[in-house]
Ligand binder design. Structure first.
Ligand code: CA
Length: 207
């Protein structure tokens, strides 16, 4: 008798599992399916337009606002006074001729100069300073900004051109290479929270 009930219970359990599997297959996943190898998000190919600042847009932020995931924004020589929010994934922002001749200076010292809140951002070849407010940074990668590439930047370089923190991140799988971050008030390159997987190499920091 006992064995009969046990078998019956097992049968019900198996049926419930099968039903659960069926339901979970029928409900489409709400998560964004990122597939960087195939260059697509949820099967939609990434955009590949290139915009120039200031030719196409006078400000980097305006270029970001008008770009789509996958686009590249090239910043020509000059000094740009703004705080940039990168809120679209897969955007590349890079100088045309390197950090020596391309500067982004905070318009508001109490905001990060670059604030990344999405995955797969690339920031390359810029001098970045002026994020001097408490806990602000030249480049800030929030907890949702994984897989970012931050290379060849100069985040603070003398006593007049610095941030509170040079580069600060709380996300993982980032590549942070060949940057210099000097004269910043609190730290050069730092983690806000434990971020187990990352690559930091060949940076120069004097804090
Ligand atoms: Ca901001």
């Amino acid at each position: 008798m006992r064995s009969f009930y046990f078998k019956k219970k097992l049968k019900i359990l198996a049926l419930a599992c099968a039903l659960l599997m069926l339901i979970s297959c029928a409900i489409p996943s709400l998560a964004v399916d990122k597939d960087s190898e195939n260059g697509s998000i949820s099967g939609v190919p990434l955009s590949s337009n290139t915009y120039y600042v200031p030719d196409d847009y006078a400000k980097i932020q305006w270029a970001v606002d008008n770009a789509s995931a996958g686009d590249t924004i090239i910043v020509r020589d000059g000094t740009y006074t703004e705080n940039v929010d990168i809120n679209k994934p897969y955007l590349t922002i890079q100088s045309e001729n390197g950090a020596e001749v391309t500067t982004v200076q905070a318009a508001n010292p109490n905001d990060h100069v670059f604030e990344v809140t999405v995955d797969y951002a690339v920031i390359k070849g810029l001098t970045i300073f002026g994020g001097t407010g408490i806990s602000k940074a030249g480049v800030h990668l929030g907890s949702d900004a994984n897989y970012s590439t931050i290379v060849d930047n100069r985040c603070g370089y003398d006593d007049s051109h610095y941030n509170y923190n040079g580069i600060m991140f709380s996300s993982s799988h980032n590549t942070i290479s060949r940057n210099t971050a000097s004269y910043n008030r609190c730290s050069g390159i730092s983690r806000e929270y434990p971020s187990p997987i990352w690559s930091i190499s060949e940076n120069g920091c004097i804090t």
